[in-house]
Design a protein. Structure first.
Length: 264
């Protein structure tokens, strides 16, 4: 059909969200993901603790073919799962590196590590598998109506700001190329951290010392700040308080396809 200015349409996407949640170890990323509707976990690490989860195997996946097989089963199989959770991306990354080495090794040249390619070439070649993985997630979202939740740990890296002095910030614990792909593909990137209060006290010789305290309250930050990477495409609040067993209920009113969920 030929395009015409007299036949324009207005549309608004109502597809389920693609969500990345990253944060410090043990803060409750897996517990939060488990609260989403009818979740199925693709596990690459043993991070569930005592949680009872529905997953594909007794042990975490260690090969990329297992991850792809799980995605294919969810894409073409008969099931009622509404959320796919990958736990976690930073444990998936060495699996992708190993598969990249395997696919590019020959009888004449064997790549045992991603660094063996030299000059960062291995990370560029790994892009292909990251794209395959993210396309698989998008297919589950687009064609099976599944919400995608990708979990990751954090790391602190120095950020070189061209307008001011460099400073440290939290970011995904992934190689820079992979992190950029994951963030670009996501609708929501949330940084999960504890609420911390800093108070200054006078010490000896009139010096002030800073002391941190907190009650264990957790917050999911959803807007970019100098201290961390975050974003959202849904006009969500800058941050959401995550209470035990009520995290999904706090997020649902802001997410397409989830807004009918009521807070506990």
């Amino acid at each position: 059909m030929a395009l015409s200015l007299s036949n324009l349409v207005r549309r608004k996407s109502d597809k389920p969200p693609r969500i990345v949640i990253y944060g410090v170890p043990g803060i409750g990323k897996t517990s939060l993901a488990a609260e989403f509707p009818d979740p199925i976990f693709i596990q690459t690490e043993e991070g569930a603790g005592t949680l009872e989860l529905t997953t594909f195997a007794d042990e975490p996946f260690t090969e990329f073919r297992q991850v792809e097989e799980a995605i294919e089963l969810l894409y073409s199989g008969d099931h009622t799962f509404r959320t796919v959770v990958v736990d976690s991306l930073d444990w998936l990354e060495p699996i992708i590196w190993a598969e990249t080495c395997r696919r590019h090794s020959t009888d004449k040249e064997v790549f045992e590590t991603i660094e063996d390619f030299g000059f960062g070439k291995g990370y560029v070649k790994a892009d292909e598998l990251w794209h395959r993985f993210l396309r698989g997630m998008n297919n589950l979202r687009d064609h099976r109506g599944m919400t995608v939740v990708l979990l990751a740990h954090e790391e602190i890296k120095t950020f070189s700001d061209p307008e001011r002095d460099s400073y440290d910030r939290y970011r995904l614990r992934l190689h820079k190329r992979a992190a950029e792909m994951v963030i670009e593909n996501a609708d929501v990137v949330g940084f999960m951290n504890y609420v911390t209060t800093i108070r200054k006290e006078k010490g000896g010789f009139a010096k002030e010392t800073a002391k941190a305290s907190g009650s264990g309250t957790r917050t999911l930050h959803l807007a970019e700040r100098p201290a961390f990477t975050a974003k959202n495409r849904f006009d969500m609040p800058d941050s959401v308080l995550i209470k035990k067993g009520q995290g999904y209920a706090a997020l649902a009113p802001h997410l397409p396809g989830h807004r009918s969920a009521t807070a506990a």
